[in-house]
Design a protein around this ligand. Structure first.
Ligand code: FAD
Ligand code: FES
Length: 278
């Protein structure tokens, strides 16, 4: 198994400051963060950082902003437990610790020149927003781009204001569906898989990029294969519980892969033979 060399900055916890926060939904909050000393975070879309709250704990969180804007970066956090709830109590001006970035992100150089089918389930939009913003900032380097988003209810849709902007663009095809509609909802209702058959694409030049809850993958992959997307052109970000983030503790191991290092983004063709991956 290939081991990535970690520069010193990647295992040191560095001080960082919250510049801005925004409550996105009842459970998710967006944080804009900058490193101290005028330093910038050097990352790729799809990578994650370890967020450290002194005396509380440390957790992996995906970077939700694009490296095309370098002075600060953003994370979108769902409050589920001890560390995430403590993080939600922080506001602009508060300090935290950052390790990373870690992992392999989306392979930008391979995606360039190809068409994209980006599929986000719920909070999966957080790492995919980093990719989407990168693609929009470098629009000429990518072909047709379809973005599909599935959420439980309209109230769970993240980045709704930005999505409105994407919807108005002529160079992006955008669709959204919810599992359960609200009275004012006029959009699609149904699982995200119901959107895939209707996408007009050339399978051989399309890369599908999928991030969402574990239950989504099996059904989405089935639809993508039915559209004849080659297996090595299906990219999945797999989430596992992580502690070290750098291949030391084994917490995130799937078969012979360390999800924190070899992933979190994998080719379907590399992981399809591992039943425990999905
Ligand atoms: C690579 C990676 C990227 C992530 N990106 C984001 C992100 O952008 N935004 C975000 O809100 N969350 C993200 N997560 C999940 C986040 O790390 C967990 O929600 C967090 O660790 C929970 O910590 P806690 O102390 O608040 O909760 P705990 O008290 O530790 O746990 C509360 C609940 O969350 C579950 N949980 C804990 N850790 C994980 C985990 N790693 N994956 C899935 N469920 C977990 C527990 O099983 C439990 O049900 C990511 C996880 C990984 C591995
Ligand atoms: S989180 Fe420790 S090996 Fe991956």
């Amino acid at each position: 198994m290939e081991r990535t060399h970690l520069p010193e900055s990647n295992w040191q916890t560095r001080p960082a400051r919250i510049l801005r926060t925004r409550q996105m939904t009842e459970h998710e909050k967006l944080f804009e963060i900058s490193l101290g000393g005028g330093r910038t975070l050097d990352y790729e879309p799809g990578q994650f950082v370890m967020i450290s709250l002194f005396g509380v704990g440390e957790i992996p969180i995906s970077i939700a902003s694009s490296p095309t804007h370098r002075t600060s970066f953003e994370i979108c956090v769902r409050a589920v437990g001890k560390v995430t709830r403590a993080l939600h109590r922080l506001e602009a001006g508060d300090e935290l610790g950052i390790r990373g970035p870690y992992g392999h992100g989306f392979p930008i150089r391979i995606l360039e020149g190809n068409d994209l089918l980006i599929i986000a389930g719920g909070l999966g939009i957080a790492p995919l927003r980093s990719l989407i913003r990168y693609v929009l900032d470098n629009r000429r380097d990518f072909g047709h781009t379809h973005i599909l988003l599935g959420c439980r209810t309209p109230g769970d849709i993240l980045f709704a204001d930005e999505i409105d902007g994407w919807r108005k663009r002529m160079d992006v095809h955008w669709e959204c569906t919810v599992d359960r509609a609200a009275p004012e909802w006029t959009g699609q209702v149904g699982r995200i898989t119901t959107l895939i058959p209707g996408v007009d694409m050339e399978a051989e030049r399309t890369f599908a990029v999928v991030v969402g809850p574990p239950v989504m993958y099996k059904f989405v992959i089935r639809e993508l294969l039915a559209k004849n997307i080659p297996e090595h052109q299906i990219l999945l970000s797999l989430e596992r519980h992580m502690k070290c983030g750098m291949g030391k503790c084994g917490r995130c191991q799937i078969h012979n892969f360390y999800c924190c290092q070899e992933g979190p983004v994998f080719n379907y063709s590399d992981v399809k033979w591992m039943p425990e991956a999905f």
